[in-house]
Design a protein around this ligand. Structure first.
Ligand code: NAI
Length: 249
């Protein structure tokens, strides 16, 4: 992407304190956007902001699984840059892997709450703000996962939420098109972030062997695609689910 293509835009990124969210903040800021780095872990979001510079970014504490927290984040976000974000990236996500027969209800609920309900709450709240302010050219980017198609053993909760994100994205793209808001999602493969750091080495080696590019992805390689989807250069891309996996299927 070319520098300055997002100048004048405000972006909200959830999960901004780590991995793909943090890399997305970096790339969107490089392309000229002002960035609201939102995370449940405020300290981590503040570290992201420290790296970007406080003139073009601010940190925001939000728990995406809580409607109340998301609601107050809208008010906070509007205060920060006097304008609703027109770029929203739903990168907050968690895993609680385990075999289905042994999966505690809490592990199912927690993953659902952040990955799918969180995507719903943030999308609904910030789309409303964009529509109320009559802002055009909005772009919402959701993080699904290639796991939505691979459906790995031990990931019933995670895989179901990430498949849900694909359907959710498509519905939102149909409902929001008339407001000038595009909604797309990305299915990353295995990306070298703290989320994947806890995956056993043997599993990672197997993934790398099956990946045509023979390596894990870097968070910036997802962030660049997010920046494209956020920019006017993708103006006719809507309701898409884009695999960014190095060819891993
Ligand atoms: P990560 O674990 O490095 O970062 C996730 C961030 O989300 C953390 O900063 C965490 O504090 C924040 N978070 C967790 N729960 C939250 C909540 N309730 N409210 C607000 N923030 C919350 O994860 P990573 O790797 O950056 O993943 C980002 C997204 O990409 C996730 O949705 C993940 O499922 C998805 N993804 C990641 C892949 C990977 O290989 N790393 C592959 C496919 C999808």
């Amino acid at each position: 992407m070319s520098a300055g293509v997002l100048a004048g835009k405000v972006a909200l990124v959830t999960g901004a304190g780590s991995g793909i969210g943090r890399a997305t903040c970096r790339i969107l800021a490089r392309d000229g956007a002002k960035v609201i780095a939102a995370d449940r872990n405020l300290k981590a979001a503040q570290e992201t902001v420290q790296e970007l510079g406080s003139d073009r970014s601010v940190a925001l504490e939000v728990d995406v699984s809580s409607a109340q927290s998301v609601q107050s984040s809208v008010a906070e976000a509007l205060k920060k840059f006097q304008q609703a974000p027109t770029i929203v990236v739903n990168s907050a996500g968690i895993t609680r892997d385990g075999y289905l027969l042994k999966m505690p209800e809490k592990d199912y609920d927690d993953v659902y709450g952040v990955n799918l309900k969180g995507t719903f709450l943030v999308t609904q709240a910030f789309a409303k703000a964009m529509i109320e302010q009559k802002l055009q050219n909005g772009s919402i980017v959701n993080l699904s996962s290639i796991v939505a198609k691979m459906n790995n053993v031990g990931q019933a909760n995670y895989a179901a939420t990430k498949a849900g994100v694909i359907s959710f994205t498509e519905v939102a793209s149909k409902e929001f098109g008339k407001f000038g808001i595009r909604v797309n999602c990305i299915l990353p493969g295995y990306i070298d972030t703290p989320m994947v750091a806890v995956v056993p080495d043997s599993v990672k080696q197997e993934v790398v062997k099956r990946c045509p590019l023979g390596r894990l992805g870097q968070p910036e390689e997802i962030a660049e695609v997010i920046a494209f989807l956020a920019s006017p250069q993708s103006s006719y891309v809507n309701g898409a689910a884009i695999e960014v996996t190095g060819g891993l299927k």
